[in-house]
Each structure stands twice: as C-alpha cells, then as structure tokens.
Design a protein around this ligand. Sequence first.
Ligand SMILES: [Zn+2]
Length: 368
Amino acid sequence: MLNKKLQAYKKKERIPKDTPAKYKNEFPFLKEVDSLALCNVQLQLEKAFKDHFRNRKQFKLPKFKKKRDKQSYTTNNVQNSIRVDFGKRLLYLPKLREGVKIELHRTFDGKIKSVNVSRTNDGKYYASILVETENPRNKVVEPKSKACGIDLGLEHFATVTNDFGSQKVEHPKYLRREEERLKKLQKSFSKKQKGSKNSEKARLRLARRHAYITNARNDFLHKLSKAIIDENQVVVVEDINVKGLLKTRLAKSIADSGWSKFLTYLKYKAEWYGRTLIQVDRFFPSSKLCHRCGHKNEDLALNDRTWCCPACGETHDRDVNASINLYFVGLGRPEVKPVERALVNDRSPHGLPKKPSRVEAGSSTTKD
Ligand SMILES: [Zn+2]
C-alpha cells in the first residue's frame, strides 16, 4: 500500500486508496493475521499521508521500515477477542488459539478497547492494553506545597525549591556507569564484520544495553515528575535552551534527552492532576537575580557555581538561587491565593522555612 501510494505521489497522480483485502491473494500470509490489525495499518498509513499534505514541514512522507526497527501492530477488541487471565498470566489475542504468557505489571478493571503488540530492536515483546474504566487508577492528591521552582543542571539533575525548602536531585549513578559500558559495546560492535553472526550478537548486546538505560532513565524521570506534580500546585521550570549547557562534554549523553523528556512528563502529568506548569521565558534571568534583594548580577559567568551578591552580601549557590527565583514566580501566580502567599512568606524573609527540611547534607542552601 505504501509503495503504491509513493509511486502515485512521485508521478503526481491521485493517491490510491486501497484496502489490505486486495492483497490477500498475492500475499497469502495476510490471511493468517488478524484483519483488524491490517485495517489499523491502513488507517495509520492514510493518516500519515493526510498529515503530510496538511503540513509538509512537520510531517515527512512515510517511509519503509527497516526489519530491525521496532515493530508493532494494533488490534481492537471485538466480542472479547482480547482478554487477560490475571491468575494464569495469559493474554488472549485474535487469531491465536492459546493465550500468550505475559509478565504482568499491574492488574486493571474496565473494558479492553485495543492492544498494541510491539517488538523492540533488542528482541523483546511488549503488549500495551488500552482500557476504558470508570475508576481511573491515578488519584489526585492535595498538593502540600503552593509552588515549586525547578532549575535543571549538569552537576545535579535538578535543584528544586518549594514551600519546604530546597533540594538537589542527583543524576542516577548507574547512568554514568553505563556510559562506559555502552562505549565498549559500541566499539565491539563496530569491529565485527558486517552481516556476520558475531556482528548480530554484538548488535543485540548493544541494543539490550540501550534499552536498559532508556528504561532506567524513564523510570527515574517518571518517579521524579510524579513526586513533584503530587506535591506542588504550581510548578515553574526554566526554558532549557537558555543554558547552552549541552555543549559540555558530560551533558550530551546524560542530560539532553533526559531534560526534554522530563518536561514532557511534567506537562502531561500537570494536566492529568490539575496542576499548573509554567515555563518561564528565556529572558528571565533566574540565575543572575539575587533572590534576597533582587539585584541582577550581570557579571555572573556560566561556570560560577557560587557567587556573592554585591548589593546585599548574600552568598548564593548558583542552582539553589535560580530555583528560588523560579519558586517566587510560582508564588506570584493567581492559582496561589494572596492569603496563602502571605502565609508562606511569613515563615522566613525569603519565603523559605528557616531549616530546609529536605536538603541533603553538604549541599545546604540558605544562610538564615
Ligand atoms: Zn542581594
């Protein structure tokens, strides 16, 4: 179908709309698979072309997939054709007589709408099940803190300030360790003769390691973003492009994908749980402003980790100061009622409790 469409496109002809059924005689294996799976592919393909004609810049023409890339299909539940036996840990899929043994991550109730079965390039299979339910699993909890400011960094993944104080969140240590391992596997793979058995083995080893790191990183980002969204009503982050930090050697591998994913997670979780996420514009000098007196330190260099405010004499940890400024932006939001704001501000001159309750030893913040 893709080939036909692409050829018509090249010849500037009308893009044909055909159905998978047409191909069943020529390719008998299509009769073996579930027709809804084929139908979904057709719909996706049509959508891809529609998107492309709507916005050619954003949506490129669909391409043929490589055999080694992630593969997947989606099928819909019709008259209980998709079922899960939680006790026996079996997933029943259309066209398969027996259930497939699965590793269950959670149980659910509600009506199964569809399932997406995928195989990643490290050879593992996943099934993601879409369920319609009256009792969504994710319950909204009352936020304990009015606002929260997050400064993303390199030395630490993030510095977070909220009503309870400031906290530095470390990069997960295993990620650094894995970097080295990945380099070795990459080297071993590139040394092998292309297409050989050993090369395929090395490719799998590398793909598995990549998958492990991606999973571990996502786990970390999900847990952190969930905790932040649970705890705070208004969450303020800076525009990460401001920093120009990605030029640094360390940054590339550890931080770059992490930050943008983290923001994506914060965004949709904020929406789910009724929180406000604010991304301050790139001209807001979160690092250069003294959070105590408001003086703007134009001389602050990128590698100044601490600085002393020339106006009021306060010594600042660069990241903590930035996160406090972002926190203040959050406090100023209409979601935080003026009365609540006053209560928070009463606790100390800077809106922070005297002893930050969650600061790690050795990375203390305010001098009060
Ligand atoms: Zn100052």
